[in-house]
Design a protein around this ligand. Structure first.
Ligand SMILES: [Zn+2]
Length: 233
C-alpha cells in the first residue's frame, strides 16, 4: 500500500537486516483469553487420566478415560478443562447407554461453563436392581453413580472442584478414628490404615449422608469417620 507523506521528514533510521522488527506487547485487556466453547478444535494431542472401576456385578472392569485440554498454555491464565470422556469394558452388556452417556458428557464438557453439576446428576441415579457395596464399605447405588464418582475425582484433580472437607476436619476424623480403634479390642480393629478409602472399623454402620459403612458410636453420637456427619441422641 502506498503511503503519502504530507509533512516534512525530519529524522529517519534504517532497520538493519539482523534487527528484529519492533513489536508492541499487547496489554492485559488486548489478550484474547481462550475459553472452552463448542467450536474449539480438538488438538491433535490431549493429556488424560484413566480410572478403573471394578464392580462386584461384573467380572470385567470398566475403564473411564477423561482427556483434558490446556487453554492459554504457558500464560498466567493457563487452565485445564475436561474435553472428552471414553468408557471401555470387555463387558458389552451396557454398551448402548454407555455410548450415549459418553457422547453427552463430552458434549457438555465442550460446551464450556460449569460442568461440575454432572457429578451430582450421575450420583443420584439408582439402579432398580439394587446397588452394590464397594471395598472399604462404600455403598454405590448404581454404575452410573460410580461414573459420577470418577468424574468428581477427576475434577478435584484438575482443580475444578474442591474437597468439602478441609485439612483440619480430615485430621480431626483421623484422630477420632484412631481413638475409636484404640478403645476397641485388637481383633476388631484389624483394618486400620492411613488410606481414607480403607475399611472402617468392623461393626460400623451405614452413613445416611455419604453412603459409607463408617458411622460409629462415639461420645454418645453416631459419627461418620468418612464424611464427619454426626448425629447425637
Ligand atoms: Zn458419612
Amino acid at each position: 500500500m502506498a503511503l503519502k507523506i504530507s509533512s516534512k521528514i525530519v529524522d529517519y533510521s534504517v532497520v538493519k537486516a539482523d534487527e528484529p522488527a519492533q513489536t508492541v506487547e499487547p496489554t492485559e485487556a488486548e489478550i484474547q483469553l481462550e475459553e472452552m466453547h463448542e467450536k474449539l478444535k480438538r488438538p491433535e494431542f490431549l493429556e488424560g487420566s484413566t480410572y478403573k472401576i471394578k464392580t462386584p456385578t461384573s467380572e470385567h472392569a470398566i475403564y473411564v478415560t477423561i482427556n483434558d485440554v490446556i487453554l492459554n498454555h504457558g500464560s498466567d491464565h493457563e487452565i485445564r478443562r475436561p474435553f472428552e470422556i471414553f468408557i471401555n469394558s470387555k463387558n458389552m452388556e451396557h454398551y448402548q447407554w454407555i455410548s450415549a452417556l459418553t457422547l453427552i458428557i463430552s458434549a457438555v464438557f465442550r460446551k464450556g461453563g460449569d460442568c461440575t453439576f454432572l457429578v451430582e446428576e450421575l450420583r443420584s441415579v439408582f439402579d432398580p436392581k439394587g446397588g452394590y457395596m464397594k471395598r472399604g464399605g462404600r455403598w454405590m447405588p448404581s454404575l452410573v453413580a460410580e461414573i459420577g464418582d470418577v468424574l468428581e475425582q477427576h475434577l478435584k484433580r484438575i482443580g475444578m472442584m474442591v474437597d468439602e472437607m478441609d485439612e483440619h476436619q480430615r485430621a480431626y476424623l483421623e484422630q477420632k478414628r484412631a481413638e475409636f480403634v484404640a478403645i476397641k479390642p485388637q481383633g476388631q480393629a484389624a483394618a486400620d490404615c492411613d488410606d481414607s478409602t480403607a475399611a472402617y472399623p468392623p461393626g460400623a454402620q451405614m452413613c445416611g449422608k455419604c453412603h459409607t459403612q463408617a458411622a460409629v458410636q462415639m461420645d454418645g453420637c453416631m459419627t461418620c469417620l468418612n464424611c464427619g456427619d454426626s448425629k447425637c441422641g
